[in-house]
Design a protein around this ligand. Structure first.
Ligand code: C2O
Ligand code: CU
Length: 462
């Protein structure tokens, strides 16, 4: 079964001419609707899911850096929805955040997203309304912004998800929104898919250079991956280029929403098969396999791949002059939180549990009436976080990439730009970023059940 490779050729905005999903006014139409997916294997039960244009994942959207993305979201669900373009340095109006940057798109309605994709890289798009339900049901896809002179590697894209299915193979709806998950580590699944499939195979040729783009789209699962028999290079994190270096084990711990771009030299022999694995403490689960066909295309290469060009403007980033704000993260099971503000009132733990707001930032359980901080365009912002909870969190900032500048009171000099980063229990972590993008930017935990349970705030750039 080589169906997975088909995902590489899924509709792209380039394919304007032949694409039936392009409206007369030039919008790529993404219709959110109910569909099915063969999550358990093609010969097994089709699981009812929600998808875009009838597929899970949604169509791959591929544009060139600097190109305008025009997407019309058509909502054929019976629930309101939006699309967020995760990681894109976007025009704030197009950010897709219900209640902050737009009203959710009601059933039967549509919304036109139109924005420039300023930076090349591996991104993704997903619903940003009732995300805890809509993401769990499958509303996401990959967004690739190509470098102006994209290196000529064979591409393999892996969109990794976990699903919680009931005995009969349908999505476990009974536990959707379950408070126990929200107060612990989120909705963790019982099956894993790559590109909406069970263990897809990717055909490769011995000797060729591959570019693997991996995104973790799970609601809350931190994925610990392994790519045996190969010696990959890391070339980008969360879509942002880094100086290419050999992959280290820690690189393959992907928090929800994180991406990694790898270059892999296909150095096995024709006919060999090698897995890409999900690793737990006691077992390895195959997510996908690289299947070598009979061709040999060139000599094995061992030289480092060229660094990808960086287009984000980091020159004006000035940590010494940063506006600093503290963010104290509390709540969850086994935590110390006794009370928090909600709707402008101080609630005790029992009341918070009843309201399903069991997490707080600076003692506020998800109220969005005031920003965490308001800064002027061009300022550098520093957020000093303390994770006073028993769980790790995947902190995600919209609209720009940040860099970790301190960990447990130690400064970090190396600049690695990401849009999502894990903060572990009891850890102190400092993010900093250049506030160069005007608007209201949500800052939340990408463990979606935690976000829904109160782990969200926003930053205003004026
Ligand atoms: Cu990918 Cu606000 O999220
Ligand atoms: Cu969290």
């Amino acid at each position: 079964m080589l169906g997975a490779t088909a995902a590489i050729f899924a509709p792209s905005i380039h394919a304007l001419a032949q694409n039936t999903n392009i409206s007369p006014d030039g919008f790529f139409e993404l219709t959110a609707k109910k569909t099915t997916a063969s999550l358990l294997g093609i010969d097994k039960l089709q699981t009812p899911v929600w998808g875009y244009n009838g597929t899970n994942p949604g169509p791959l959207i591929r544009v060139k850096q600097g190109e305008t993305v025009k997407v019309r979201l058509i909502n054929e669900l019976d629930q309101a929805t939006t699309i967020h373009w995760h990681g894109i340095r976007i025009d704030n109006k197009m950010d897709g955040v219900t209640g902050l940057t737009q009203a959710a798109v009601e059933p039967g309605e549509s919304f036109d997203y139109e924005f420039i994709a300023p930076d090349a890289g591996t991104y993704w798009y997903h619903t940003h309304n009732r995300t805890w339900e809509q993401l769990a049901r499958g509303l996401y896809g990959m967004l690739i912004v190509e470098e102006p002179d994209a290196p000529d590697y064979k591409e393999i894209n892996l969109i990794l998800d976990d699903w919680r299915l009931a005995q009969d193979g349908t999505i476990d709806e009974e536990s959707l929104g379950e408070l126990l998950d929200w107060a612990h580590d989120g909705r963790i699944g019982n099956i894993l898919t790559a590109n909406g499939q069970s263990k897809p195979e990717f055909e490769v040729k011995a000797g060729e250079r591959l570019r693997l783009r991996i995104v973790n789209v799970a609601n809350s699962l931190i994925m610990n991956l392994n790519i045996p028999n190969h010696d990959p290079w890391v070339i980008a994190l969360d879509g942002h280029p880094i100086e290419p270096r050999k992959l280290q084990k820690e690189d393959l711990v992907l928090a929800p929403a994180q991406r990694i771009d790898l270059v892999i030299d296909a150095n096995l022999q024709p006919g060999e098969v090698s897995p890409i694995e999900f690793v737990t403490r006691d077992k390895k689960i195959t997510l996908a396999t690289l299947k070598y066909n009979n061709e040999i295309i060139k000599q094995n290469t061992t030289t480092a791949p060229a660094a990808l060009p960086i287009s984000m403007p980091h020159n004006a980033f000035n940590l010494a002059a940063a506006k600093t704000v503290e963010l104290n993260i509390t709540g969850g099971a086994m935590g110390t939180m006794r009370q928090a503000m909600l709707g402008g009132k101080m609630l005790n733990w029992q009341e918070l549990v009843k309201a399903k707001r069991v997490w707080a930032f600076n003692g506020i359980a998800g109220d969005m009436d005031k920003p965490l901080i308001r800064v002027k365009q061009g300022e550098t912002v520093r957020i000093d976080m303390i994770n006073d909870t028993a769980f790790p969190h995947a902190m995600h900032l919209h609209g720009t990439h940040f860099t970790v500048v301190g960990r447990n009171n130690k400064p970090i000099e190396q600049r690695v730009w990401r849009d999502t980063e894990l903060i572990y229990p009891d850890e102190k972590l400092s993010f900093a970023f250049l506030a160069d993008n005007l608007g209201k930017w949500i800052f939340h935990c990408h463990m979606i059940e935690h976000q829904a349970g109160g782990m969200m705030t926003w930053i205003e750039v004026v």
